[in-house]
Design a protein around this ligand. Structure first.
Ligand SMILES: [Mn+2]
Length: 408
């Protein structure tokens, strides 16, 4: 019987793939030897091309290896208001270093949102604001410090100056632009999706894939997920998914992690969300821009808890043709202080806008800053910032957007 007809009858879903397999078997074994082990062999061969290219300089990896080998007490820290990438990268790296027999202390400048507390090792994180004494002891003992997910120690509150003052070997692993931290080895790769991706590449470059536990994989997967908005942006490289696949193969459950970090909100979040979209958001149509403010009274009235407004700034960009979204949120404690978040699309430089107008910085399409002024004053500055980029914002929208067939 014709081999391809046989395949069609039994394996029509995978016809092309299987036919390809059979052709190989045909050459080697003859027409009738279509057996499953061939598939396994073929898959293994296919996987061979999915190698992870080294992003780091070999000299840096070798130097880091020596520093790790020569140290016993390691401190790992990240930026203030730690997010999924900050906590995930710290805990993922901590898990790996503990597997290498090191004593590791993770210290964060201030508390992290409760939706990250499921991560392995999260309950042992020291919060510098609250556990200064324990943290200072760990820092005093440290012979190696890792700074993760930040480019300047100014983003670590008081912890930054304490770590900076400590005379000890330091390694920075980060994906923000313009790194400024004094260190022995700098792994700064703004093209990376997340610091978690870089930590995974770091472990891989050290040849230690076998030391990635399920708990470690979950932490790194969480950061790769949160810093890409669940793979919506900054995640177009095929290698990103090869790295992710590596974490899945270590036991990370992507779907469960998604639910833990994205489906975990309080009702107060939706009270605030309703308030903003009902009557607070301002659309500047000709600039394809949305700006909204949130006062501390509004947050208190809604029963605000930390993390409630996380990601709000992304939502206006879900509206057709929107190019820029700016959120202005009053600090709950300090006054006058307004936290600014900016999101943009394409080549509209949110980071440049943040540094020119809002004392901040960040990535091309996601940036932030802070203004020591009232919400009203911050809103005026935000309008000025939009006008400064009016030419870019006015320009025509995506030509591939389909025309609504219901509109004549
Ligand atoms: Mn990050």
């Amino acid at each position: 019987m014709d081999l391809y007809k046989l395949l069609e009858r039994f394996f029509c879903d995978n016809l092309i793939y299987l036919a390809h397999l059979c052709r190989e078997r045909h050459i080697i074994y003859g027409k009738k030897s279509v057996i499953l082990p061939t598939i396994t062999n073929r898959r293994m061969k296919t996987n061979e091309k999915y190698i992870i290219n080294e992003m780091f300089e070999k000299a840096d990896v070798d130097a880091a290896r020596l520093l790790i080998e020569g140290s016993q007490h390691i401190v790992i820290s990240a930026h203030q208001l730690p997010d999924g990438d900050a906590i995930g990268s710290c805990l993922g790296l901590a898990s790996y270093l503990r597997a290498k027999g090191k004593e590791v202390t993770v210290i964060e400048p201030n508390p992290f949102p409760s939706f990250l507390s499921w991560m392995e090792g999260a309950s042992n994180i020291l919060i510098y604001d609250h556990q200064k004494q324990n943290a200072d002891e760990a820092i005093a003992q440290a012979d190696l410090i890792f700074y993760l997910d930040l480019n300047t120690s100014n983003r670590m509150l008081e912890l930054g100056s304490v770590l900076d003052a400590k005379q000890v070997h330091k390694i920075v692993i980060d994906h923000h632009r313009n790194p400024e931290i004094a260190c022995d080895i700098l792994f700064s790769y703004p093209q990376a999706s997340s610091t978690c991706e870089l930590v995974l590449r770091f472990i891989h470059a050290l040849g230690d894939d076998n030391l990635i536990s399920k708990g470690c994989a979950e932490c790194l997967c969480a950061g790769m997920m949160t810093d890409t908005g669940a793979f919506q942006y900054n995640s177009n490289s095929p290698e990103f998914f090869i790295l992710l696949a590596m974490l899945l193969s270590k036991g990370a459950d992507k779907d469960l992690i998604y639910r833990r970090v994205f489906h975990c909100y309080n009702k107060s979040r939706y009270i605030l969300l309703g308030r903003i979209f009902n009557d607070k958001i301002e659309y500047i149509d000709e600039l394809h821009t949305a700006i909204f403010t949130l006062s501390k009274e509004e947050m208190r009235d809604a029963g605000y808890v930390m993390g409630d407004v996380e990601g709000f700034v992304n939502l206006p960009l879900e509206i057709k043709d929107m190019k820029l979204s700016i959120s202005l949120r009053e600090d709950l404690d300090k006054s006058p202080l307004v936290h600014v978040s900016i999101r943009s699309v394409d080549d509209i430089p949110a980071n440049e806008m943040a540094s020119r107008f809002f004392n901040g910085g960040g990535h091309l399409n996601a940036a932030g800053g802070r203004l020591e002024c009232t919400l009203e004053e911050a809103s005026i500055i935000a309008h000025k910032a939009c006008q400064a980029y009016a030419d870019m914002l006015k320009s025509s929208t995506d030509p591939t957007t389909p025309i609504d067939p219901l509109v004549p």
